[in-house]
Write a protein that binds this ligand. Sequence first.
Ligand SMILES: Cc1cc2nc3c(=O)[nH]c(=O)nc-3n(C[C@H](O)[C@H](O)[C@H](O)COP(=O)(O)O)c2cc1C
Length: 172
Amino acid sequence: MNQQLVDPAVAPTHDEIMGFHRKFITGVTIVTASDADGRPRGLALNAFSSVTVSPAMVLVCVNKTSSTHDVLFSSQTFAVNLLANDQLHVAKRFASKSDDKFSGLGWHTSEYGSPIIDGTCAHLEAEISMRVRTSTHTVFFGRVLTAQSIETPPLIYFGARFFDSEDLTELS
Ligand SMILES: Cc1cc2nc3c(=O)[nH]c(=O)nc-3n(C[C@H](O)[C@H](O)[C@H](O)COP(=O)(O)O)c2cc1C
């Protein structure tokens, strides 16, 4: 028989949970999709993961309160734009609630219909294969359709701060 291990009386506090998450270093992505009128939409997101490499599958977790959420939910595809180390301004813009986050930004629509942002260090596009609703977020699984990367180093997000990945010390 399955016994629930979660006991609210001894569950970790919000601070304890966030203490864990703040130690997890990630890149910063802008997840984008086109709305029904073909307008580009997107949000800054670090809840990205590779699921499998072969077949190539990724996932992103999007808060239901995000204005991009419903656009993604209705979309067949999404793009994951991985920010370069000189794109902090793009991260901040897409972490906002601005109405037109793409204004003045270089971008184009891919052959599969997703907005691709200029100047990133890598981007991929995926066909949504599964939408899993949790209490606060939807997890979108996608089969990778295209993937491209260049030598430019990525922007790093760690402990709620941004860093330049060119300043890393390699351990041996
Ligand atoms: C570094 C960083 C990572 C973020 N990661 C996520 C995430 O994984 N999922 C999410 O839903 N929001 C995430 N956010 C918050 C959204 O970007 C933010 O709520 C944004 O305003 C949503 O915009 P929208 O409502 O226009 O879609 C992140 C923000 C930052 C700065």
